[in-house]
Design a protein around this ligand. Sequence first.
Ligand code: PNS
Length: 166
Amino acid sequence: MAIAVYPGSFDPFTRGHLDIATRAAALFDGLIVAVARDAEKRHMFSLEERVQMAREACEHLPNISVDSFGGLVVEYIVTRGARVMVKGVRDSSDLEREAMMGAMNSALAPDVETVLLIARPEYAFLSSSLLKHVHQLGGDISRFVTPLVLRMLDDKSRDTRSSSDA
Ligand code: PNS
C-alpha cells in the first residue's frame, strides 16, 4: 500500500486544498490529510475546528483520512508507515519555500520523498490568509470554500464583532 501524507495548517481548509487532496488521493492507495498543531503560529481556528473542516470536505473520498500531528512532519510520516509527503505549489515563492523545506526534510529523513503538485489555475491565487482577509472585508468567498467553512468563518467574524462591540 502506497500511503502519502498531505500536511498543512489548513486555517481554514479551502477548495484549493481539496483539489490537491483529491488529485493526490488518485495517485496513492491512501492519503492522510495531516493538520499541523504548530504551537508557534497563531491560527484563527483551533486544531479541532481545522480537523473538522478537512474531514467534512474530504468525506466523499473513501481513501482519505484526516489526522493531526505535532512536532516534525517527517517523524509523523514515518510513524504512520508512509514514505511520501504531498504539497501543493501555486507560484515561484511557494516553490522556493517547498524546495528549502523539502531539502531539510530529506536531510532529516532520506527515505521520505516530497511530491509537489502544481495548483490548478483556478486555485493558483487562493491562500487561506487571503481568503480570511477578503472575508473580513465583506468579500464573497463562497466559491472558494465549502459551506461549512463559510459558516465557521461567518461565526468567527460575528464573535469578533460582538466582542469588540462589548
Ligand atoms: O499550510 P502550511 O502553513 O504551508 O503548512 C506548513 C507545514 C505545517 C506543513 C510545515 O510548517 C511543517 O511541516 N510543520 C511541521 C514542523 C516541521 O516538521 N518543520 C520542519 C519543516 S522543514
